[in-house]
Design a protein around this ligand. Structure first.
Ligand code: NAI
Length: 251
């Protein structure tokens, strides 16, 4: 049709998985997808504890203890959604970690841990969901990258590389997933006010905020609404894209 659709709940009847949903950007993504009508499976590490069930309750969804970097995580998630829901329509790879060190002090442990959670897990999980038919035809994959993967950031060779890798992954996967009518896109947030950025020393944090053309930090909802667009039927023809959220980088 050439006419715009008139949706009240554009994701009604859809099942969405959000990783790292206990807090921060992931929790707000869960809220926004739920507002749009989706049933949201909120996944996070077991250590997230009550915060995870609180998010799940708030959005009227379900919670799943899942370390995305565990060797059996992809299979476990695929089985979970097939058994409980007959498959999922949307997966948002939001779980992410930093383990910052200057290049000279960047040990292999920090490197591998960040790669495992930020880059390898999203790939393995998408692959397993698709291979097992746990992500339905017409499904949506949204990866959370970072401005650090585009513009770089001091002390974050591991993190920046993993987030740049996510962009490569999205672009390389798009034509393959298109065969199943599945789109895959990335959001690349700038500085967003969350626990992750609150942990940064004050001066660096202030500098981070001013690296955006907005000259301030963004809010989790700014990222979540962009994710919701990629999950929305309205973005059917949009795939392999990266959208920066929180101004233009002034780096
Ligand atoms: P956060 O640290 O507040 O929340 C991350 C969530 O992911 C936590 O609930 C944590 O328990 C969960 N998580 C961590 N490792 C996990 C694992 N192995 N399996 C499952 N869950 C896991 O972080 P924030 O700020 O909400 O970040 C969310 C995403 O956005 C991350 O991928 C981050 O890299 C990305 N991002 C954040 C920016 C910011 O300025 N806050 C900027 C650009 C990207």
């Amino acid at each position: 049709s050439t006419a715009p659709a008139d949706w009240d709940k554009p994701l009604e009847g859809k099942v969405a998985i959000v990783t790292g949903a206990a807090r921060g950007i992931g929790a707000t993504i869960a809220e926004v997808l739920s507002r749009d009508g989706a049933h949201v499976i909120c996944a996070d590490i077991p250590a997230a504890g009550d915060a995870l069930s609180e998010t799940a309750n708030k959005v009227g969804g379900t919670s799943l203890a899942l370390d995305v970097s565990a060797p059996d995580a992809a299979d476990k998630l695929a089985e979970h959604v097939l058994e409980r829901h007959g498959g999922a329509d949307i997966i948002v790879h939001n779980a992410g970690i930093t383990r910052d060190k200057t290049l000279a002090n960047m040990d292999e442990g920090r490197w591998n841990m960040v790669m495992g959670v930020n880059l390898i897990a999203p790939q393995k999980i998408t692959e397993a969901l698709v291979a097992k038919g746990a992500l339905k035809e017409g499904g949506r994959v949204v990866d959370v990258s970072s401005i650090a993967g585009i513009a770089g950031n001091r002390g974050q060779t591991n993190y920046g590389t993993s987030k740049a890798g996510v962009i490569g992954l999205v672009q390389a996967s798009a034509p393959v997933l298109a065969e199943k009518n599945i789109t895959i896109n990335a959001v690349a947030p700038g500085f967003i006010e969350t626990a992750m950025t609150a942990a940064i020393p004050f001066a660096t944090r202030e500098a981070g905020r001013r690296m955006s053309s907005l000259l301030q930090g963004g809010q989790t909802v700014d990222v979540a609404e962009t994710v919701a667009y990629f999950a929305n039927p309205a973005s059917n023809a949009v795939t392999g894209q990266v959208v920066r959220v929180c101004g233009q980088s002034l780096l």
